[in-house]
Ligand binder design. Structure first.
Ligand code: TTP
Ligand code: MG
Length: 405
């Protein structure tokens, strides 16, 4: 393994705070230290609805994790300290962290409330080796906020992001240029960006368990099998990721998608899936204090052909109803020609942060039934005709979704 960083290689950091909301609660309430803490919906003695936002590492020992129904979290550890969350405080700490990042390098890309990519290329004269810089940054965060962060350092974003997660909490993982393959190949295929649990199951059935197993396949075979996505897998498994850290901007888009267990011919089933996806995108946007005005529907057919259709609105939105209405309008309008659908997704771009607006983090998907929605539906109708925009709701139908990719 190398321990030198060649001058011509990028130095990318991914920094992610440990158990962010819960760690802040622990910090602010010394009486909680060392005890299991869950931040999220009210457990209401096990009858509560909603989910856990996060929990500290003491609570993770009981099998609790982010997005777990709060009733289950309660069953796993009834004596945990359950807290509703204080978002203003979390946002304030987030700002402190982002400010610290900006003091080290101007090339910072915030990805969520507690994580960012930083480009440290060319900073060795200032901060020493990437390892030195990593410790300096971690110490600074600790000093200013009292909290720990985990850092991944690598020649590209994809590996840096994996790295920050490998030795959590308070971890630092470095992958030197030249060591990419040795670093990646022993890891499980789920670590590949875009490979979820279900896709991983499928790939495992084909004998592909580790990233190295994918890398051993001929490039053309992956392309023949999976098209563009196959090429993407091949590149990642070879440690290739040329995306740059996008300076100044927070993330450019937010998206969610679902791959059906079996390719779907039934429109109602697709529209039901879109309903759920819109809800997920909306939650994710509210969590990150974002609104956006370009909504994109993504469709992948059984033969892996993939299309997207976008609409730009005059207003910034993040409510599930609007996302759903637009996605459905785009879907109904798309010439499917009886092809079955493998995957659907919704993305939102042209994002804007909501300054100081109170976020409803645990809110269900019912946004204020607003004039805005009516206005947007009108825009859609004007463009595509009456049939395109209906306020659809397909609640209560069985969920058949679950594959990924
Ligand atoms: P994460 O960085 O995913 O989680 P974390 O910081 O709590 O824990 P880890 O040590 O594994 O990084 O998310 C950051 C914060 O975002 C988290 O503290 C709470 C919030 N969040 C939610 O509200 N809902 C979610 O589903 C997730 C994943 C995070
Ligand atoms: Mg985190």
């Amino acid at each position: 393994m190398s321990n030198q960083w060649p001058q011509n290689k990028r130095i990318i950091f991914h920094v992610d705070m440990d158990a962010f909301f819960a760690a802040i609660e622990e910090l602010d309430n010394p009486a909680y230290r060392g005890k299991p803490i869950v931040v999220g919906a009210d457990p209401d003695g096990g009858r509560g609805r909603g989910v856990a936002s996060t929990c500290n590492y003491a609570a993770r020992k009981y099998g609790i994790h982010s997005a777990m129904p709060i009733s289950i979290a309660y069953r796993r550890c009834p004596h945990a300290i359950f807290l509703p969350g204080r978002f203003e405080r979390y946002h304030a700490v987030s700002k402190q962290i982002m400010d610290i990042f900006g003091q080290y390098t101007p090339v910072v890309q915030a990805i969520s409330i507690d994580e960012a990519f930083l480009d440290f290329t060319g900073t060795m004269r200032l901060y020493g080796t990437p390892e030195d810089a990593g410790y300096k940054l971690k110490n600074r965060i600790k000093q200013v906020t009292g909290l720990t962060a985990s850092v991944g350092i690598a020649p590209n974003k994809f590996i840096a992001k994996i790295g920050s997660d490998l030795n959590k909490p308070d971890g630092m993982t470095i992958c030197f240029p030249g060591d990419e393959l040795a670093f990646l190949h022993p890891l499980e295929i789920e670590r590949l960006w875009g490979v979820g649990k279900k896709t991983a199951e499928k790939l495992r059935l084909l004998g592909l368990k580790k990233i190295g197993d994918i890398a051993a396949l001929p490039r053309q075979k992956l392309i023949d099998g999976f098209g563009k996505w196959g090429l993407h897998l091949w590149q990642l498994s070879h440690g290739i990721d040329n995306r740059s850290v996008e300076e100044g901007s927070t993330r450019k888009s937010i998206s969610e998608e679902t791959t059906f267990m079996q390719d779907v011919a039934d429109d109602a089933e697709v529209e039901h899936a879109l309903y759920k996806i819109a809800d997920r995108v909306s939650r994710s946007m509210r969590r990150k204090s974002l609104k956006g005005r370009c909504i994109t529907l993504k469709l992948r057919f059984e033969n892996f052909e993939t299309f997207s259709r976008s609409q730009t609105l005059s207003d910034f939105i993040n409510d599930a109803d609007t996302l759903h209405a637009i996605a459905i309008a785009k879907f109904r309008q798309f010439p499917r020609q009886h092809r079955r659908i493998r995957l659907v997704g919704i993305g939102v771009s042209r994002l804007n942060t909501i300054g100081g607006e109170q976020l409803n983090l645990f809110g269900d998907s019912t946004p204020p039934r607003n004039e805005k929605l009516e206005k947007i539906l009108l825009e859609v109708k004007e463009k595509f005709g009456e049939k395109a925009a209906t306020r659809a709701s397909f609640l209560g139908k069985g969920d058949k979704t679950g594959r990924d990719g």
